[in-house]
Design a protein around this ligand. Structure first.
Ligand code: SAH
Length: 401
């Protein structure tokens, strides 16, 4: 029996057909690659999470074809504007080739985010590349189903020594997917990362996310170029992305502050490998900043790149307050004439709200400042033009009076 809203075959395509409700799907009509569950006539049953479907309007307009998931608020993630598309090896080869060509124009060495989901036409997929080591993160059911085709395409195109699946993000639950970490081929462990002319270490099996945050590459270079001769506090340093580059650029003194012992250990080892010196301090950032402030210590450059304070939309108010408090504490220990970089990786707080909280915190610290730089993630984190809200990273640099 056919379920309501789903026809099993139509024309040349073998995919089930879903129909968009009358006058719905406004964003998708304008080019966005998502259809929400309330916008389509949901089939009663028969369609499994991750199946390919075709989508048309009730007026016959073709939306395209993509991954379906009845469990997700985003019911369809389009792979393209044609009906009958298949997430096969040919499809992945085409998208990966394009993604790789862009990165190879951008960076001198193969260390970058190779795939950034919808921004590269590959919903639910992130790939970070460390030369011949790839770390994948799959977050939607359709991409999980297509893994064999994706892996075949990667092996033909790049032939990586190691492929690690870091499928342990909590967001997988929204798609009804289990969480797991699997070394698909090769061995996971420590890898070298080359970025901005520095050499870092990342730990792929144990580290956070994919093991390295390529998104801050340009912001690290921006602040490091201004750090010469300065004392630098890199708060929420993780493995020293900002701090090490500042030390290498001639900072007088660099403190990397984080609560993670293994991350700090990697930061120290990376610094040694670059003949640079950093001081690793394991502490809670808020507590340590209060302590430094009580001792009237100040720094010429302060960087604060915390974990997401606004994890979901309902956390907006408490999260915004936490950003304001961090801005207040960080501004309080920035020397007169010093620079303060405040970052947020929460896509649930828009940039203007984040900037407002940062400004309020700086004022609360009794300081005046000007905003000299406002940036997002690097160009290897492309954003689908119709999904501007998926641009999650914000980095604001203030010059304090
Ligand atoms: N700036 C880093 C990325 C930061 S990720 C880079 O450039 O790579 C956020 C970091 O905050 C993680 O390393 C985590 O261990 C640390 N962290 C989380 N909560 C913390 C807290 N309360 N105090 C100190 N560090 C914290």
């Amino acid at each position: 029996m056919l379920s309501r809203g789903a026809m099993l075959t139509h024309g040349m395509s073998k995919h089930p057909l879903l129909i968009v409700k009358p006058r719905e799907g406004r964003r998708a009509r304008q080019g966005a690659p998502w259809l929400f569950s309330n916008e389509i006539v949901m089939p009663a049953k028969g369609l499994e999470p991750g199946m390919m479907v075709d989508v048309k309007g009730d007026d016959g307009q073709v939306f395209g074809s993509g991954f379906f998931n009845p469990k997700s608020l985003i019911a369809v993630r389009l792979l393209g504007r044609d009906l009958g598309l298949a997430a096969n090896e040919k499809f992945f080869t085409a998208h990966l080739t394009r993604a790789m060509a862009l990165r190879d124009r951008l960076y001198p060495r193969p260390f970058y985010r190779l795939v950034h989901a919808e921004g590269d036409g590959l919903p639910g997929l992130v790939i970070d590349r460390f030369d011949d080591v790839l770390v994948l993160q799959v977050t939607v059911a359709g991409m999980e189903r297509a893994l064999p085709a994706l892996l075949a395409a990667l092996n033909k195109l790049i032939a990586p020594k190691t492929i690690v699946l870091r499928n342990d993000t909590p967001s997988r639950a929204l798609e009804g997917l289990e969480t797991y970490v699997r070394v698909e081929q090769g061995t996971a462990g420590r890898v070298a990362v080359e970025e901005n002319g520095a050499r870092y270490f990342a730990d792929l099996g144990q580290g956070q996310k994919t093991g390295w945050y390529y998104d801050q590459r340009d912001n690290r270079a921006f602040i490091a170029a201004l750090a010469k001769g300065q004392s630098v506090l890199d708060a929420y340093s993780y493995t020293g992305g900002f701090g090490l580059l500042a030390a290498k650029a001639g900072a007088k003194e660099v403190i990397c502050l984080d609560s993670s012992e293994p991350a700090l250990k990697l930061a120290e080892e990376s610094a040694a490998a670059n003949h640079a010196s950093i001081r690793a301090v394991k502490a809670d950032v808020f507590e340590e900043m209060e302590r430094l402030s009580a001792q009237k210590e100040t720094f010429g450059v302060v960087i604060a790149d915390p974990p997401p304070f606004v994890k979901s939309r309902k956390d907006l108010e408490p999260g915004a307050k936490a950003y304001r408090k961090l801005a207040r504490l960080a501004a309080g220990i920035t020397a007169p004439g010093g620079l303060l970089l405040l970052a947020s990786c929460s896509h649930n707080i828009p940039v203007d709200r984040f900037a407002n909280e940062c400004a309020a915190g700086i004022v609360k610290a009794g300081r005046t400042a000007s905003l000299i730089h406002s940036a997002g993630a690097g160009a290897d984190h492309p954003v689908h033009p119709m999904l501007p809200e998926t641009a999650y990273l914000k980095a604001l640099v203030y010059a304090l009076d």
